[in-house]
Design a protein around this ligand. Structure first.
Ligand SMILES: Cc1cc2nc3c(=O)[nH]c(=O)nc-3n(C[C@H](O)[C@H](O)[C@H](O)COP(=O)(O)OP(=O)(O)OC[C@H]3O[C@@H](n4cnc5c(N)ncnc54)[C@H](O)[C@@H]3O)c2cc1C
Length: 414
């Protein structure tokens, strides 16, 4: 039997995340959308302190001894870590997706360490997120000349004695400024050891905060998720110790790029969950608005009798639920140790499209109020679109799905 009921301790945690979203995020949502480059430090301090206790999804991977101390093994939360991360992500993004992305945590940089690092590197680089002051992690793949085609990376890493020397420019790096300049975090930068080797030559490097040669040269002004910093970072003869290359330096025909893909398999369901949180915020707002206006949503009647508003609202609900089920499946497969590349792309593509549709419909159904800055609905419409862009655009994820279903290689279908 398929059972979608969560255990009581999970429900209790989700209630807590919802309280954070409603009580701490919503009240500052508009302020940090308008003051794009200002930082809500008090909120960060609170979230950092809470992350040490909130449980799955809030704090980075713990060591096995810490897990048993917290009883995670007993209650099964460690086993379903990715699924529960998606649940908490949905709750927090119901609060505010930009603020969610700016919460101090290992972020995409941590996901890359987890996917590509050795056990010793995971311990060495992720330990800091369990102690001290708030810290951020970021991942830099995209360059001025390459985004979707990440195999075309031109940033170079050259070995010089006990160090790697990195040269190149990365753009649109989420939490790049916080990781590189404003905390004791790090940026995972993907660079090629050998351009002639194509994808196989691309490797991830951990560049510590304030490393000489790493400079944040621009922070973007954006359409949505404006509370999250998005940085351009230049690497100019930036030297990192040899053991900051994650995994092996060997250039194997099947290696290297596989780690980028493994990172996306873990992060795409989380981005899908972000989208679902924003979509649910818009849907909840419309539901309450219609109820206040005494406009009923009648379920279970013939489709021919539905009003246009009812049909639109039900379509929004259906899209959200379909995206959520795909997302849970992709995350659950990862928790079970199953290969989930197809499902992760399906969840990401569906959720990106669904949230774009839902938030646009919400603005439309609310009329002038939806377009006004008096309420957050127009902001959610702006926040929604990014889910169709980063971690693989809508089109790229659809192409990955087609490749996997039809069994084409990336050379055969691109
Ligand atoms: C707010 C924000 C945060 C980001 N954060 C990060 C981050 O933390 N780290 C990071 O490395 N990057 C990040 N990115 C970059 C993001 O991943 C890229 O923007 C994305 O991968 C698309 O790359 P591109 O911008 O070069 O667009 P392009 O690859 O030039 O694509 C432009 C358009 O063409 C389409 N397209 C491209 N190739 C094909 C194809 N073969 N078939 C069909 N259509 C195609 C795309 O879908 C898109 O619609 C971020 C971007 C934004 C906007």
């Amino acid at each position: 039997m398929i059972d979608f009921e969560f255990e009581p301790h999970v429900k209790a945690q989700l209630k807590m995340y919802h309280a954070v979203a409603e009580g701490l995020m919503r009240p500052i949502s508009r302020e940090y959308d308008e003051r794009e480059h200002e930082k809500p430090w008090q909120f960060y301090e609170t979230m950092w302190a809470a992350a040490q206790n909130l449980g799955p999804g809030a704090a980075p991977e713990k060591s096995s001894s810490e897990k048993s101390e917290k009883g995670e093994k007993r209650d099964g939360t460690a086993k379903l870590r990715n699924l529960y991360t998606c649940l908490s992500t949905e709750e927090l993004c119901w609060g505010d997706a930009g603020l969610f992305l700016s919460i101090p945590n290992p972020g995409l940089g941590g996901a890359a360490v987890a996917a590509a690092g050795t056990p010793e590197q995971k311990e060495r680089f992720l330990k800091r997120f369990r102690e001290g002051k708030p810290k951020w992690g970021a991942m830099a793949i995209t360059e001025p000349g390459c985004g979707s085609d990440s195999a075309a990376i031109t940033t170079m890493a050259v070995r010089d004695g006990d160090e790697w020397v990195i040269n190149g420019t990365k753009i649109f790096c989420t939490a790049g400024q916080m990781s590189a300049e404003k905390s004791e975090g790090f940026v995972v930068v993907w660079a090629t050891l050998d351009r002639t080797a194509g994808r196989a030559g691309i490797k991830p490097f951990v560049v510590e905060h304030h490393t000489s040669g790493m400079t944040v040269t621009r922070v973007e002004n954006k359409l949505g998720i404006r509370a999250s910093d998005t940085a351009m970072i230049v690497f100019d003869n930036c030297r990192v110790p040899a053991n900051h290359l994650l995994g092996s330096a060997e250039v194997k025909p099947t290696g290297g790029f596989k780690d980028v893909m493994a990172t996306f398999d873990a992060t795409r369901p989380i981005v899908a969950a972000m989208a679902i949180g924003v979509g649910r915020a818009a849907l909840d707002y419309v539901r309450d608005f219609l109820a206040e206006q005494n406009i009923p949503i009648r379920y279970g009647i013939s489709p021919r009798r539905l009003t246009a508003v009812e049909r639109d609202f039900m379509e929004m609900e259906v899209q959200l639920k379909a995206a959520r089920l795909l997302t849970w499946r992709a995350a659950w497969m990862l928790d079970m140790g199953m290969r989930n590349s197809l499902e992760a792309s399906m969840a990401k593509a569906k959720a990106g499209k669904a949230v774009t549709l839902i938030t646009q419909k919400a603005v439309e159904l609310l009329g002038p109020l939806g377009y006004s800055r008096k309420v957050l609905v127009e902001k959610w419409m702006r926040d929604a679109k990014i889910n169709d862009i980063f971690e693989g655009t809508q089109q790229i994820n659809l192409m990955i799905i087609a490749r996997r279903i039809l069994d084409y290689s990336s050379k055969e279908l691109n």
